[in-house]
Design a protein around this ligand. Structure first.
Ligand SMILES: CC(C)(COP(=O)(O)OP(=O)(O)OC[C@H]1O[C@@H](n2cnc3c(N)ncnc32)[C@H](O)[C@@H]1OP(=O)(O)O)[C@@H](O)C(=O)NCCC(=O)NCCS
Length: 171
């Protein structure tokens, strides 16, 4: 499945993305804003493990972001289960050299629409660490609203911080 953005393509991840993935994901500034299951440092074996995991998805939940023919980051949905199965989390990260060009705002919008229109979710949500104003701005621009702040919910790199919870509903 491919979705065209104005200056990028959302597509399935490929084995050939492994070098570029390991290269751009190996960045402390990215890791600081993500859960600890995102490896740091990020080795080629981490890229291989991740790519193999994502390639098993059916239906497709995750998209590689391709800019000028190169792997530039990921955006995807993490579906919940049981009574929450019509809800999904949304998550994303972009290689630092691609920041500040409006890419993730558009990618988040496209995957939000995909989650509702193609996958049939009725609620999407995201949790943002308190210092990550760029990510909060993305969600707000995509129509998500801030539900609440989970005070001191996170420990990242030894520092405790709040989590800002955003959601959007449709249908
Ligand atoms: C957060 C991240 C995805 C932003 O991607 P991006 O493509 O650079 O974002 P955009 O260019 O679409 O910018 C979105 C908005 O946030 C603002 N913004 C982006 N980074 C910002 C920052 N560090 N401080 C303040 N505002 C910021 C932009 O100005 C823009 O708002 P505007 O249109 O009103 O000017 C990227 O920095 C990243 O991958 N960070 C590390 C991983 C991460 O944080 N993932 C999200 C976890 S919840």
């Amino acid at each position: 499945m491919e979705i065209k953005g104005s200056h990028f393509l959302l597509r399935k991840i490929k084995i050939e993305d492994r070098f570029q993935l390991a290269d751009i994901a190996d960045n402390r500034k990215i890791w600081l804003n993500l859960r600890d299951k995102f490896p740091h440092p990020y080795a080629l074996e981490d890229a291989d493990f991740y790519i193999n995991m994502i390639l098993q998805e059916d239906p497709q939940y995750s998209f590689a972001i391709e800019v000028d023919g190169k792997f530039a980051g990921m955006v995807g949905l993490l579906p919940m289960d049981d009574v929450y199965r019509k809800t999904s989390e949304i998550g994303y990260w972009l290689g630092e050299q691609y920041w500040g060009k409006g890419i993730m705002t558009e990618a988040c919008q496209l995957v939000t629409d995909y989650g509702f229109d193609t996958l049939g979710f009725i609620r999407l949500h995201a949790g943002v660490f308190e210092h990550n104003v760029g990510s909060m701005r993305i969600l707000e621009k995509c129509g998500y609203r801030k539900d609440c702040v989970f005070e001191k919910a996170i420990i990242k790199d030894g520092t405790i911080c709040d989590e800002h919870r955003y959601s959007i509903v449709r249908g």
